[in-house]
Design a protein. Structure first.
Length: 175
């Protein structure tokens, strides 16, 4: 049992290690007023339908665990946006050539990329109050993305992303 616990902690830490999240919010918002939510009907997240459903399921699960309730008469709506882009490849082979003669020298070093460039994904979740302030809270995550990952691993990845994003909701206000 002890080994299972250590393995689980290691997995969680490694799966969350490369997720970077930023938060922004309207500072005059009273977050205690928001108890019910729903999703915009026209979300254009740019995720495929399966991944979008995984992300929405993870969000609903987390919001429900936080005491918020999904409702047709919601106090705020949620919008989701995403984008994928290629990052620089970190896999290079260096080839060097150099020479010198009596205190003078020169050299050339060339990095040859190997493998495929890294694919990164950016997901933005926005909470919008259409009747009052408009956009009042936003979280943006950036992490590596493997398009050929198995569905189970994708689901865990989206759960980890949502956990990190929702750690900033509601924001801590300084008094």
């Amino acid at each position: 049992m002890k080994y299972l616990y250590i393995l689980l902690i290691t997995f969680c830490v490694s799966s969350c290690a490369s997720i970077y999240v930023t938060h922004d919010y309207e500072k005059s918002t009273n977050f205690q007023n928001y108890k019910t939510y729903n999703f915009f009907s026209n979300i254009e997240s740019l995720l495929n339908e399966l991944d979008e459903n995984r992300l929405i399921d993870a969000l609903e699960s987390k919001l429900n665990a936080m005491g918020l309730v999904k409702s047709e008469n919601a106090s705020f709506l949620i919008d989701i946006k995403s984008d994928t882009f290629e990052g620089a490849s970190n896999n290079n082979v260096g080839v060097g050539l150099g020479g010198g003669n009596r205190g003078f020298g020169g050299g050339v070093l060339v990095g040859i990329p190997i493998g495929q460039p890294a694919i990164n994904m950016q997901i933005t979740v926005e909470f919008v109050d259409e009747s009052k302030t408009g956009l009042f809270w936003q979280a943006t995550s950036e992490c590596s993305f493997r398009p050929n990952q198995k569905p189970e691993k994708r689901e865990l990845r989206f759960q980890a992303i949502v956990e990190k994003m929702m750690a900033g909701y509601p924001p801590e206000t300084k008094k």
